[in-house]
Design a binder for this molecule. Structure first.
Ligand SMILES: Cc1ncc(C[n+]2csc(CCOP(=O)(O)OP(=O)(O)O)c2C)c(N)n1
Ligand SMILES: [Mg+2]
Length: 328
């Protein structure tokens, strides 16, 4: 059972681990499908960035919204989406979340408040801003989060959305997943600020820099931003410093990443958010022991096996359905 809205301290701490472990194992299996030639198209993996979505989504309510990017699997998992329906979608199968027609980059689950993943870089930013506007207009107290990358923060959609949300105190949180690269472009070569969150100052809102490899730090910053948004005080930008372990997508070896520092990838991988959090849990003295973690790992392994079986057994959509569910 994936309880992303856990209430007690122990349940919350264990749940961070469960959510990150689910993301990690799910995407390792997706990568295997790709390598075996069983996956149509590509996938942009979230491996290494798990602590961001896990920490942010734990600060949300079930009725809140998130807007997701092309690197969206982790966001869905963190909202408690079903792994079997996600896996089926990624394989283009009929039982997937979008009946196999969305694939990895357009995977969504409306019942989890997910407003869609986006192949258009920066596209999720105005969408989440619009959802926040609707929530404020209707007085529902819902909050919207937009997850997007460092490169997306150089898009016009980012600046237009943040300006509007700040002017109108919209209940939205802009989470910049700064993994240092936009495809092969190093963000440090195309941006003249050390911290992307510093841009918040120009819009008169808080901008926070967080260690994106530390789920608790991400959660604490998010909880503060969510409270501010729900209290009607407006948006926050949270920049999570992170790193993607693979290339831009499963077919990209990502060798450009050693251009500045040949140890860059290895250094970031040592900071693995899942492995290090596991060790931290055992040393914190919150009455969490090895068995708690092994139980979580065993139940996730079962869930993964079931997801792989479900997706493999699911049929492809029939050609006659090709023009159904089209809105434009
Ligand atoms: C509007 C737009 N411009 C360019 C692209 C091509 N493109 C796809 S992903 C990407 C880089 C995105 O980098 P970032 O926002 O840092 O996210 P990351 O992939 O690192 O998670 C680009 C340029 C696109 N899909 N949409
Ligand atoms: Mg990036």
């Amino acid at each position: 059972m994936n309880n992303v809205f856990a209430k007690t301290q122990k349940a919350r701490l264990l749940n961070f681990y469960r959510v990150m472990y689910r993301m990690r194992r799910f995407e390792e299996e997706v990568f295997e499908f790709y390598k075996k030639g069983m996956m149509p198209g590509l996938a942009h993996l979230y491996l290494g960035e798990e602590a961001i979505a896990a920490g942010v989504c734990a600060a949300l309510n079930e009725s809140d919204y998130i807007g997701s990017s092309h690197r969206g699997h982790g966001h869905l998992v963190a909202r408690g989406a079903r792994l079997d329906k996600m896996m089926a979608e990624i394989l283009g199968k009929k039982d997937g979340y979008c009946k196999g027609k969305g694939g990895s980059m357009h995977i969504m689950a409306m019942d989890k408040g997910i407003l869609g993943a986006n192949g258009i870089v920066g596209g999720e930013i105005p969408i989440a801003t619009g959802a926040a506007y609707a929530a404020k207009y209707r007085g529902t107290k819902q909050v919207a989060v937009s997850f997007f990358g460092d490169a997306a923060s150089n898009e016009g959609t980012f600046h237009e959305s943040v300006n509007m949300a700040a002017a109108w105190d919209l209940p939205v949180i802009y989470v910049i997943e700064n993994n240092l690269y936009g495809i092969s472009v190093d963000i440090r070569d195309v941006t003249n600020t050390e911290n992307l969150a510093d841009r918040a100052k120009a819009y008169g809102i808080p901008g926070v820099v967080v260690d994106g490899m530390d789920v608790i730090a991400v959660f604490e910053a998010s909880a503060k931003a969510v409270k501010r948004a729900r209290d009607g005080k407006g948006p926050t930008i949270i920049e999570c410093k992170s790193y993607r372990w693979q290339g831009h997508h499963v077919g990209d070896p990502g060798e450009y990443r050693s251009r500045k520092d040949k140890n860059e990838k290895a250094l970031w991988m040592e900071r693995c958010p899942v492995k290090n959090y596991r060790a931290r849990l055992l040393s914190r003295g919150d009455s969490i022991d090895e068995k708690d973690l092994l139980d979580i790992e065993a139940s996730v392994e079962e869930e993964i096996k079931d997801a792989v079986r479900f997706a493999s057994d699911s049929p492809y959509p029939d050609a006659s359905e090709a023009f159904e569910d089209l809105f434009a």
